[in-house]
Design a protein. Structure first.
Length: 178
C-alpha cells in the first residue's frame, strides 16, 4: 500500500541518497587504491617532500597511509548509513514506516553515526599533524579543520528508534484488538 503513488519528495530523496552513496563509495575505493600506492612509494614520497624543503622520515608516509585508510573506513560507514536510510525511505513510500525493522534501522544508523564521529577524531588528528609539517615548509598552508559533525545526530536517531519501536508496538496492539 503506497501513501502517494509518485511522491516527489521520496523520489528526490532516493536520487540524492543514491548520488551520495555512489560518490562516497568511489571516494572510499580511491582511498583504498591510493593507500598501497603511497606505502610502496615511500622513498619517492620522502624525496619529493625533501625537494620542497620538508625534512621528514618514513613516519610521514605511514601517517598518510593511515589517513587514507581512515577516510576509506569513514566512507564505508557513511555508505552503510545511507543504505539504511534508503531502506527507510522505501518503507515510507510503501506506506509502512512504523514497521519494527525501521526501529532497528534507526538504531543502527545511530550507532554508525556515533562510530563515524569517534573514528573521525584520530583521522583529523593525523591530518592536522600532516598539515603542521606542510606549514613548516610553506607558511601559506592553512590547517583549519572542523569535524563537521555533532553528537546530536546519534542522540536524535536513538530517540527516533525508540519512537518507531513504540509506534510499531502500538500498531500491533491495535491490529490485535480489531
Amino acid at each position: 500500500m503506497s501513501i502517494r503513488p509518485r511522491d516527489p519528495l521520496l523520489a528526490v530523496a532516493r536520487v540524492v541518497t543514491w548520488f551520495f552513496i555512489v560518490v562516497l563509495a568511489l571516494t572510499g575505493a580511491a582511498m583504498l587504491v591510493a593507500a598501497p600506492v603511497v606505502a610502496f612509494n615511500n622513498a619517492t614520497v620522502i624525496a619529493e617532500l625533501a625537494k620542497e624543503g620538508v625534512k621528514v622520515g618514513s613516519e610521514v608516509t605511514f601517517v598518510a597511509v593511515m589517513v587514507l585508510l581512515g577516510v576509506a573506513v569513514l566512507m564505508g560507514l557513511a555508505v552503510w548509513f545511507l543504505r539504511l536510510l534508503l531502506k527507510l525511505i522505501d518503507s515510507v513510500g510503501e506506506g509502512d514506516p512504523f514497521a519494527p525493522i525501521n526501529a532497528v534501522r534507526l538504531n543502527r544508523m545511530a550507532w554508525l553515526s556515533l562510530a563515524g564521529y569517534v573514528s573521525a577524531i584520530p583521522v583529523a588528528a593525523m591530518i592536522m599533524w600532516l598539515a603542521s609539517i606542510a606549514r613548516e615548509a610553506h607558511a601559506e598552508v592553512q590547517s583549519d579543520f572542523d569535524l563537521g559533525g555533532s553528537l546530536l545526530l546519534p542522540l536524535i536517531l536513538f530517540i527516533l528508534a525508540r519512537v518507531f519501536r513504540h509506534g510499531a508496538a502500538m500498531r500491533e496492539d491495535l491490529e490485535g484488538t480489531v
